[in-house]
Design a protein around this ligand. Structure first.
Ligand SMILES: O=P(O)(O)OC[C@H]1O[C@H](OP(=O)(O)OP(=O)(O)O)[C@H](O)[C@@H]1O
Ligand SMILES: O=c1cc[nH]c(=O)[nH]1
Ligand SMILES: [Mg+2]
Length: 219
């Protein structure tokens, strides 16, 4: 897997990640969602440098300009719930992409820290030979990304896979690297070293879905 780590180079993106983590700021849900969206825009811009491009002639009022334009059929797929603002950010730039939505959530059958990932909802076009961009801001154990990819197999085999995330735990990144095809790209803002015994990233930012949309009842 090719790992592209955005915060390895300082930029304004550092500030957006800091605000997502900061307990004094992250309670402002609109800012929290917008910061994830902004990082989706930046990560999308970075990953677009990896596309194939084809020269096209564009007619201007005064003549013809030659422009290299992306030559890939993009499907943007995000993992509900927390993937939604990241999806919006990517869609701001890849505005003519097709879109998929898939759900994944942690189900605690015995009400303890053990959980399984349940995938219950999928709406997707064919992925056959397309460029799949799979987005989820949190990559903790990596099980959501892996289970979602398995659920997407029935939609056809993509030509290219780009995973987009905001915060990843080292252990989860190693797990997805062992499960996804070798030529998969991971575009991630920042990487933390620890997961706690509940599978939360430390220091991380807490529960991204709840911070975006409020708490949910267990069922
Ligand atoms: O790498 P993993 O260990 O699978 O953890 C990451 C997953 O956890 C979060 O979703 P959550 O299950 O909390 O659902 P939510 O978005 O509805 O809150 C997050 O958005 C990822 O999907
Ligand atoms: O740290 C984590 C792990 C999973 N999901 C989150 O939202 N945060
Ligand atoms: Mg959650």
């Amino acid at each position: 897997m090719h790992i592209h780590h955005l915060l390895e180079n300082n930029s304004v993106a550092n500030k957006f990640v800091a605000q997502l983590r900061d307990t004094d700021i992250q309670g402002d849900r609109m800012r929290f969602r917008r910061n994830i969206e902004r990082l989706g825009e930046i990560l999308g811009y970075e990953l677009s440098k990896n596309f194939k491009y084809e020269d096209k002639a564009v007619t201007t009022p005064l003549g013809t300009a030659s422009v290299d334009l992306p030559a890939e059929e993009i499907v943007l797929c995000s993992i509900l719930r927390a993937g939604l603002p990241l999806h919006n950010g990517l869609l701001n730039y890849f505005d003519d992409a097709e879109n998929s939505f898939i759900s994944a959530y942690r189900h605690h059958p015995d009400n303890d820290e053990k959980f399984e990932i349940l995938v219950e909802y999928l709406a997707s076009p064919s992925l056959m030979n397309k460029t799949l961009i799979l987005a989820d801001p949190m990559l903790a154990t990596g099980r959501s990304f892996v289970n979602v990819m398995k659920a997407l197999e029935s939609m056809g085999t993509p030509a290219n896979i780009h995973l987009v995330s905001v915060i990843g735990a080292r252990e989860g990144i190693e797990y997805i690297a062992s499960e996804f095809p070798e030529n998969t790209h991971l575009w991630i803002a920042t990487i933390d070293e620890e997961l706690n015994d509940r599978g939360y990233i430390v220091p991380g930012l807490g529960d991204a879905g709840d911070l975006c949309f409020g708490t949910k009842m267990q069922h």
